[in-house]
Ligand binder design. Structure first.
Ligand SMILES: C[S@@+](CC[C@H](N)C(=O)[O-])C[C@H]1O[C@@H](n2cnc3c(N)ncnc32)[C@H](O)[C@@H]1O
Length: 267
C-alpha cells in the first residue's frame, strides 16, 4: 500500500473568523453563532446529503490548513504549564493535521449546511461529514486522563485577585463606551486562575517586573504581588504597521485599535 494518501476537500467552511484566536479551543454550546459549510458543486454531494437533516449534530472532519509544523509535546491552554504528549491532546499541531468537531446542524439548503458554533477558522477545508449518533459516540462516564485533573483544579476557587489600575479602568471603559468591546471577563478569568508566563495562554514577561497577556486582539500589562494581580494598562495586539496595511488578512477590531493608538500611542 502506498504510505501516502491524497484527500480532496468536499467543501470549505465560512465562519468569518479570520484569525485563530477568534475561535474557541472547543466550540461552546452557549454561542448562538451560525456558520456555513458549502459543499463543492457538480460532485453529487446534494444527493449524499439526503437523510442527514434528521440529525441535530454532525461530525466534521477537517484539515488544520494554517499549520505547517508539529511537535511531539505540546502545552495545552488549560491547566498547569505542563507539556503533554501530542496524542493525549486536541492540539492543532499534528503530523497529519486532521481536526474533528461535533457541530449542531441547524438546516440544509441545497449544497449548504447551516451549522451552529464551531472551532474552525474561515476557509478551512472539510473532508468529510458523518452523523453524530449519541448511542455510538457519547460515553459520558469515560475517563478523561489528565483533563479530569485539570477540570477538578479549575473547579476550585481562583487563587489570585485581579484589580484594574486607574489608566486600565479608563481604557476599558472607553473601549466599552465607544466600541462595545469588553474583554475584561476573559482577562479576569485567566489572570485570577494563574498569571504566570505561559506560551499558549499568551502570557509573557516584560522586563523585570511587568507581565503582558494577549486577550483576543488586545493586550494587558500587569504586575503580580503575592496573590494580587494589578492590570496597569491596556494595549493593542497589533502594531500600527499591521493595522495600516490593508493587504493583511482582516484584522479583528482594526478601527478600534487605530483609534485607541491615537489616544494612547505605545508602539
Ligand atoms: C484545539 S483545536 C480543536 C479542533 C477540533 N475540535 C479537534 O478536536 O480536532 C481548535 C483550534 O484550532 C485552531 N484552528 C481552527 N481552524 C484552523 C485551521 N484551519 N488551521 C489551523 N488551526 C485552526 C483554532 O485556534 C482553534 O481554537
Amino acid at each position: 500500500m502506498d504510505p501516502s494518501l491524497t484527500l480532496h476537500p468536499i467543501g470549505f467552511i465560512r465562519t468569518g473568523k479570520e484569525v485563530k484566536f477568534q475561535t474557541p479551543h472547543q466550540p461552546s454550546e452557549k454561542n448562538p453563532e451560525q456558520n456555513v459549510l458549502e459543499l463543492l458543486p457538480d460532485r453529487g454531494y446534494e444527493t449524499a446529503l439526503q437523510d442527514l437533516a434528521g440529525f441535530s449534530r454532525i461530525w466534521l472532519l477537517w484539515w488544520f490548513h494554517r499549520n505547517q509544523t508539529w511537535r511531539p509535546l505540546v502545552l495545552p491552554p488549560r491547566g498547569p504549564a505542563r507539556r503533554r504528549g501530542l496524542f493525549a491532546t486536541r492540539s492543532p499541531h499534528r503530523p497529519n493535521p486532521l481536526g474533528m468537531t461535533p457541530v449542531p446542524l441547524l438546516r440544509i439548503e441545497g449544497r449548504k449546511l447551516i451549522l451552529g458554533a464551531c472551532d474552525l477558522v474561515e476557509g478551512t477545508p472539510v473532508f468529510d461529514i458523518k452523523p453524530y449518533i449519541p448511542a455510538y459516540d457519547a460515553f459520558p462516564e469515560a475517563a478523561a486522563g489528565w483533563t479530569d485533573q485539570v477540570e477538578a483544579e479549575l473547579s476550585l476557587p481562583a487563587a489570585f485577585t485581579v484589580h484594574l489600575a486607574t489608566l486600565a479602568q479608563l481604557q476599558a471603559q472607553w473601549l466599552l463606551d465607544q466600541w462595545q468591546i469588553d474583554f475584561r471577563p476573559r482577562l479576569f478569568e485567566l489572570l485570577a486562575r494563574d498569571p504566570t508566563p505561559h506560551r499558549t495562554r499568551r502570557i509573557r514577561r516584560r522586563g523585570d517586573t511587568l507581565f503582558v497577556i494577549g486577550c483576543g486582539a488586545w493586550r494587558a500589562v500587569f504586575t503580580v504581588t503575592g496573590p494580587a494581580v494589578e492590570v496597569l494598562s491596556l494595549e493593542t495586539g497589533y502594531p500600527p504597521r499591521f493595522l495600516n496595511n490593508l493587504q493583511l488578512e482582516a484584522l479583528p477590531d482594526r478601527d478600534a485599535q487605530l483609534a485607541f493608538l491615537r489616544l494612547w500611542p505605545h508602539w
